[in-house]
Design a protein around this ligand. Structure first.
Ligand SMILES: [Cu+2]
Length: 462
């Protein structure tokens, strides 16, 4: 299915889209922000309103799920009810979380069965742009819509700067605007780039119209796609100022185009004139309307507010660091001939055909029992990751942010703190972090099909 033909068949709906806030529950104790969220089947118009609504699995009946907003220093409590007919969990992506609240089934908690409840409660020690998503069979549950945004603000954050969250996804839809069911589990996807979609939405709508203040606006972009690295620019070519990556503030810098791997977030400062500014998505080579930002006629002043630009912590000294070598192999056109899976070495052909496994770390097909390292609490650790495949990978570490000399913004390299790093084929990168959060933490590719097919392992910190 050609994305282009699908997109051109679509008529821009021009729907006004506002993210629905979850209904907060009464506060029981000071400093505890409470929400109730139910996961259940629901339908939503992803395409134009005169086309069929798409049957999805959603949090709170909306795509994206309810916007959760809280303040740094609070505790977040989410009473979750699973009204799906499959087990699920919720992962709080980017939160340096309590291990027991991290939402990885069979690692940090048992999967939440149909009809069952689970209360997530954890402190919010960082402000920033986060998101939450299902973490059981993510390759299916994310593709069906189980995700939403979590925005944590600084307690003293003044109003005056407009703050807009844009959650982008690409869905794989059929001619009736329903999810393409037959390709769930497709080995072609799993061995290549993953499940790429053919229909782009922002905040659950096609090319929505979003009112913006004139003057500086903070845009929080979140890529909720299973596998597609999205690329955004303003059609005007005006620069966008990056002020945070994956939640953490960064030394500000300007770009005209920002690529965003699955699960990555970027906070941008941009100024808008009165009238229409088009946010484009250009990952396919064709510019597609992502959102239409409509500037207000009156000027809203930024009220002198400054953007915090200090990362959450400084890059640690790596002298004496614990180095963990990770050799990533596999996938189509790769050099992985065989790998260890459940204690048995098997040729790739058999792994693929019998077990839908295609990727390995250090010759071992990843799973929750694949221990990559045992670290002592407080260790400085270097994940020395070598992407020995023909594909990009979005490497995500749970429970921590890491420093990396990023090639995502140009060959010169830029030291950034983030939780998901997009690696080029052939690249070796050092992901440097302080192992200051005890527990069992997943390290995996956030291209959901790659993870399902073996790109994952566990780091123990105690
Ligand atoms: Cu990958």
């Amino acid at each position: 299915m050609k994305r282009r033909s699908f997109i051109s068949a679509g008529i821009h709906a021009g729907a006004m889209t506002a993210m629905i806030s979850a209904l907060p529950l009464p506060t029981l104790a000071a400093g505890v922000r409470r929400y109730a969220i139910t996961a259940a089947p629901a339908a939503q118009h992803l395409g134009p309103p005169d086309r069929p609504a798409t049957s999805l699995w959603l949090y709170g009946g909306t795509s994206p799920g309810p916007l959760i907003e809280a303040w740094r220093g609070e505790e977040l409590e989410v009473e979750f009810l699973n009204n799906l007919d499959v087990p699920t969990t919720m992962h709080w992506h980017g939160i340096r979380n309590l291990n027991a609240m991290d939402g990885v089934p069979d690692l940090t908690q048992a999967a939440i069965e149909p009809g069952a409840r689970f209360t997530y409660r954890f402190p919010l020690k960082d402000a920033g742009s986060f998101w939450y998503h299902a973490h059981n069979k993510g390759w299916e549950q994310l593709a069906r819509g189980l995700y939403g945004a979590l925005i944590v603000r600084e307690p003293d954050e003044a109003s005056g700067l407009q703050d807009i969250t844009l959650v982008a996804d690409d869905w794989r839809l059929d001619e009736d605007y329903q999810l393409h069911e037959d390709s769930f589990g497709s080995l072609m996807d799993w061995s290549h780039q993953g499940r790429l979609g053919n229909w782009l939405t922002v905040n659950g709508a096609t090319d929505p119209e979003i009112p913006v203040a004139s003057g500086p606006v903070r845009l929080r972009l979140i890529n909720a796609a299973n596998a597609r690295t999205l690329a955004f620019r303003l059609a005007s070519g005006a620069p966008m100022r990056i002020v945070a990556l994956d939640g953490s503030p960064c030394a500000a810098f300007e770009v005209e185009t920002v690529r965003l791997a699955p699960a990555q977030r970027v906070d941008l400062l941009a100024s808008f004139d009165e009238g229409l500014t088009i946010l484009e998505e250009i990952s396919t080579g064709d510019a597609i309307g992502a959102a239409r930002l409509v500037g207000a006629s009156q000027t809203t002043l930024a009220a002198g507010r400054t953007i915090e630009n200090r990362p959450w912590y400084d890059r640690p000294d790596t002298a004496g660091a614990h180095v963990i070598d990770i050799h990533m192999q596999g996938g189509a056109m790769g050099n992985l001939e065989s790998a260890l899976f459940e204690g048995e070495t098997m040729p790739l052909r058999e792994l693929a055909r019998e077990h839908s496994k295609l990727w390995a770390f250090n010759g071992i097909v990843g799973g929750y029992d694949h221990r990559l390292a045992d670290l002592a609490l407080g260790d400085v650790a270097v994940l020395r990751v070598r992407n020995d495949t023909r594909w990009e990978h979005a490497m995500h570490l749970h429970g921590h942010h890491f420093w990396v000399n990023s090639r995502e913004f140009g060959e010169a390299g830029r030291d950034v703190l983030r939780d998901t790093y997009l690696m080029a084929p052939g690249e070796t990168a050092d992901l440097v972090f302080i192992a200051d959060n005890p527990g069992l933490w997943l390290f995996h590719c956030h291209m959901m099909e790659h993870h399902a097919a073996g790109m994952g392992g566990v780091i123990s910190i105690s």
